[in-house]
Design a protein around this ligand. Sequence first.
Ligand code: FAD
Length: 428
Amino acid sequence: MSRIRVAVIGAGPAGLCAARHLAADSAHFEFQVFEQAGEVGGTWCYTEFTETDEYGVPIHSSMYRNLKTNIPKEIMPFPDFPFHETETSFVHHTEVLKYLKGYAEHRDLYKHIRLRTVVNKVTPVPVDGGRTSWSVSIQDLETKKREELEFDAVMVCNGHYCAPYIPEIEGIDEFRGSIQHSKAYRSPEAFRNLRVVVLGAASSGADIGMELSEVAGEVYISHNLPEPLLYLPSNVKQVPGIKSASREGFTFHDDSTAEADALIYCTGYRFEFPFLTPECKVRTEGRRVMPLYKHLIHTELPSICFVGLPFKVLPFPLFHFQIQYFMRTLDGSIKLPSKEEMDEEADRDFQKRLALDMPPSCAHEMGSLQWDYFAELADCIGLKRLPPVVRMVYDFVADRRKEDLVHYKTESYTVLDHGHFENKHVSP
Ligand code: FAD
């Protein structure tokens, strides 16, 4: 039987993970990875640039200069490739890039990756027997040469923290301070002594708010979280969401006001697939990508998958399970249900979230749902589940973050052989 030809779009952690597993099964698969950047690592390739690179490609990375992971390195990595030794658990972004490059080298993946090669267009092509093949148009950014290639399957690993989501704010055009999204934030120096409103208090909002507090005059973290952030520095105030803007500043939903010199949107990202043609029949409704089975596989065209859509998860283990699950559907080891059954299951999953009081924008949010999701994928394909201690550490860190946002990253974790863990304070 001929091998299944797979195109992988992107060589960030998800694309590398895809390459690692496809390469390990060369009896069934041949593949190429296309990466528009000059190196592997995706968003972990930090750059001072914020607009476009030397080839005119929009900057992909959303990392800021001082970023440390918000997941300890003991539970963050791919289950089959531990993190290297580091002094702390919450490591600087440069360590993550080092880890990813080590993974690529260890698995000899570079030979499968075409760097500086952008995927411009992906379209399904019906072939005999009701099957679909995929036409993938690429361009080598150095030579400008374009090619159209044919594959049997596509893994979309283009990353989901790249296209900023900017909510509408009444009167924002009036505001005469500076405005930017966290995607373009690199370091706090530019905000010295300024009054800064940070809109959003998820990972980036809280993190950026904390590092701004060291140099800014006042920081207002504007959010609608059900619980306040605790023990914040004295120049950080919490205010509700923004109701409207004026020349001088902002009015919040409790009608309090603040004069401000700058606004940073830490409002997250949109899912974006600019290379998909309408024939791909992928639609994005708010934060829900459809029609997808198990947040992954197109129900009508099941030879394309979208890796890494779920958020509030352990991303690297997520990729590990999703990619191997998809591969087993491609090689026929597991048989997918009918399109109708897959659509029904996807709808049940969505309704379950609504019943848990999650808003429609949380269609792919996981949080505590991730453990069952991982276990289900693992069991379907006979993979080892994540050990329970991973969840124990994850939940413990989430609690520590709630209790002490300022210091939780100064603690270090050790996973012990008998399935428990220790944490200790390591640096001020
Ligand atoms: P990305 O890393 O975004 O990689 C996607 C790749 O696809 C990029 O290299 C891009 O150039 C390429 N690409 C896109 N479009 C094309 C195209 N058309 N043609 C060719 N190539 C293309 N995760 C953690 O586990 N721990 C953390 O502490 C953590 N902190 C984070 C902090 C920030 C600020 C952000 C933004 C994310 C953080 N994440 C964290 C999540 C992070 O997104 C994942 O760790 C991981 O990088 C996602 O991998 P990915 O491969 O899906 O996407």
